[in-house]
Design a protein around this ligand. Structure first.
Ligand code: AMP
Length: 177
């Protein structure tokens, strides 16, 4: 494999799509990173850089692009993969946590037997915006008694201050806007 791409090379590949899915949103499209084998592999290298293989039992990926990065990271670390999904999508018994949106609220869910008390986990998503999704996910894992080693994002929209909702958790992002 060629040399690992730097976070700025990853940033250069991420496509900004204005007004998607609604007016005023600058959507960060990470699919060009996934489509390029060197960039995809490099993004995983950076996401797991702080974690030694075998040192976490589980990578938790957040619906939906967190599944792509999370699953690849899990294979790299020799860890299992567990999805946190929007309410109503997981088939078995779930623990749930709701969080407020500008209008209304959202609920995330995890299977009750997917993570055990004391498990060491990392949490991965593609992007940190307002932090609501990641905060609810971290709360779920804390309620279960898991140890969150790190919460990592490919992209952070710092102007939305999502980090403030994740105080007390180790948070890292590769690319900051
Ligand atoms: P939030 O809960 O506000 O931090 O939103 C994070 C979730 O929404 C992540 O799973 C992202 O994939 C998605 N998301 C929010 N804003 C954007 C954006 N501007 N571009 C791409 N994805 C976004």
């Amino acid at each position: 494999m060629n040399k690992t791409a730097t976070p700025s090379e990853l940033a250069a590949a991420i496509r900004n799509v204005p007004d998607f899915p609604q007016p005023g949103i600058q959507f960060k499209d990470i699919t060009p990173v996934l489509a390029d084998p060197r960039l995809f592999a490099s993004s995983i290298e950076h996401l797991v850089a702080n974690v030694a293989p075998g040192s976490v039992s589980t990578v938790v990926g957040i619906d939906a692009r967190g599944f792509i990065f999370g699953a690849a990271a899990a294979l790299k670390l020799g860890a299992g993969f567990v999805p946190i999904r929007k309410k109503g999508k997981l088939p078995y018994q779930t623990f749930e946590e709701s969080y407020d949106l500008e209008y209304g609220s959202n609920t995330v869910a995890i299977h009750t037997d997917a993570v055990r008390p004391g498990d060491r986990v990392i949490v991965i998503d593609d992007l940190l915006a307002t932090g609501g999704t990641a905060q609810a996910s971290a709360k779920l894992l804390k309620r279960i008694g898991a140890e969150i080693v790190e919460i990592v994002f490919l992209v952070e929209l710092a102007f939305l201050n999502g980090r403030s909702r994740l105080e007390g958790f180790p948070v890292r992002s590769l690319i900051v806007y």
